[in-house]
Design a protein around this ligand. Structure first.
Ligand code: JFZ
Length: 428
């Protein structure tokens, strides 16, 4: 008897649940207008006018080795790059289109260089591929939002043309899976309205994917959008339901579980400011402290965080983003043990922060400075000893009547990252 789909998914996602933290990279022609990756649609830019960006695209400072170093130093364990976003522009040398980076002034296969650089740093690699394509002549309009230049009825009127697009889409995915070595993640984006599941010829697509790269893991968006989940949320996931759920710009209140209440692999994708693609005037950056806390929150709910950067037209990750990543990395270097391989604790959320847990080690993430002892409700008599994870110093835990931690001087002196993690190895 073969394994069930869920058993196979559990096998495939083991590394993913260990790694917990990845880098999302939205990069393409839209870095030039620098108003986000939806600019072509939002501003109803014609193919002719958008062509200017293709003609000018020349990211001379593209050095993915620097990106990879920044990701690794931030504690990220994998990265996902937009091989093609909704505008249809390919960052790789596809034989199926001329609309690709090798035909621009860049003259380079940007995907190949990305993969080489990130693999060299020991990170796992993934590619984002947009199911939506605003450039391909046979991509149907369906809902004004999803195709700026075409009328909404075209798809229904001309399924043959949509068939042409699917040939192209399947062909491009085959190229990515065949020509670039082992990929760890394929990140499809996204389904909507009638365009979901079998409308993409997903069974056939999945058979192809699994035959070429059996170990690759996929998001759930062959069936789902960023909002709706698809059948991965049910007890009977389809063959193309994906390996992890992909809540977007939200950390689900209670994590992600199926109908039986079992945890499903999930990854929240979150921007650093308010854009995925580069936004030259978007200064709404989150603080390093917020990012750290959101990462902790994801792990405390058995989830991953895929944190986005949007490199600019010169090929560089914005300074502000790099500064945040560096701060996050400082915290991770001391406290990463409370993230990697960790998950939800067997205790309810404490009033002062979050728990993460790995085996019999409990990590208490204090999100506020305490006045007096910290209440460890439910742990009375169960804590063997406690240490400040960032420097190894002892934390006094009272017993047996009630478990409380008395944060010592080390707690108050270690104020720089404004975030405190206590490990509480306990005996159960
Ligand atoms: C999609 C893309 O449109 C966006 O550009 C970015 O790549 C992001 C990671 O994914 O964003 C979505 C997808 C679906 C919804 C909203 C945003 N949705 O269904 O509401």
């Amino acid at each position: 008897m073969g394994q069930s789909y869920i058993e196979q998914r559990t096998e495939r996602t083991k590394w993913f649940l260990q790694d917990r933290f990845g880098m999302f990279i939205h990069w393409g022609l839209y870095a030039i207008p620098a108003r986000g990756e939806w600019v072509r649609n939002a501003e109803r830019i014609t193919n002719e006018d958008y062509q200017v960006y293709f003609d000018d695209f020349n990211p001379e400072r593209y050095n993915p080795k620097e990106w990879a170093k920044a990701a690794k130093a931030a504690g990220m364990k994998y990265a996902v790059l937009t091989a093609k976003h909704h505008d249809g522009f390919c960052l790789y040398d596809s034989q199926l289109t001329d609309y690709k980076s090798t035909n621009t002034k860049a003259g380079r296969d940007l995907v190949q260089e990305f993969l080489d650089a990130f693999r060299a740093e020991g990170l796992k690699v993934g590619l984002y591929y947009s199911l939506i394509d605003w450039y391909h002549p046979d991509y149907p309009a369906y809902g004004d939002m999803h195709h700026p230049m075409r009328d909404n009825e075209q798809f229904k009127r001309d399924p043959a043309r949509f068939g042409n697009y699917l040939e192209y889409m399947h062909g491009q995915i085959r190229e990515l899976l065949t020509n670039y070595g082992k990929l760890d993640i394929m990140w499809f984006d996204f389904s909507y309205g009638e365009l979901k599941g079998e409308a993409w010829r997903s069974t056939e697509l999945m058979e192809m994917i699994r035959s070429i790269q059996p170990h690759i893991i996929l998001d759930n968006r062959l069936e789902a959008s960023g909002e709706e989940g698809g059948s991965i949320y049910t007890n009977d996931p389809s063959f193309y339901s994906g390996d992890f759920a992909s809540p977007e710009q939200i950390i689900p209140p209670s994590g992600v579980t199926d109908e039986a209440g079992n945890s499903i692999p999930w990854e929240a994708c979150i921007t650093l400011n308010n854009n995925w693609g580069y936004g030259a005037t978007d200064y709404t950056y989150k603080s390093a402290k917020t990012v750290i806390r959101k990462l902790v929150e994801c792990v405390s709910k058995n989830g991953n965080l895929l944190l986005n950067v949007g490199p600019d037209a010169s090929g560089e990750i914005p300074e502000q983003s790099l500064a945040i990543l560096e701060e996050v990395g400082k915290w991770i270097r001391r406290n990463g043990e409370s993230i990697y391989g960790c998950g939800q604790a067997d205790l309810p959320k404490p009033e002062w922060g979050r728990y993460t847990q790995k085996g019999n080690k409990l990590y208490a993430h204090l999100f506020e400075e305490s006045v007096g002892p910290v209440n460890l409700a439910g742990l009375a008599g169960r804590v063997k000893h406690a240490r400040l994870l960032s420097d190894g110093s002892e934390i006094f835990v009272s017993r047996p009547w009630n478990a409380v931690m008395y944060p010592n001087d080390a707690f108050f002196n270690f104020s720089k990252p404004e975030h405190f993690t206590y490990p509480l190895p306990d005996e159960r």
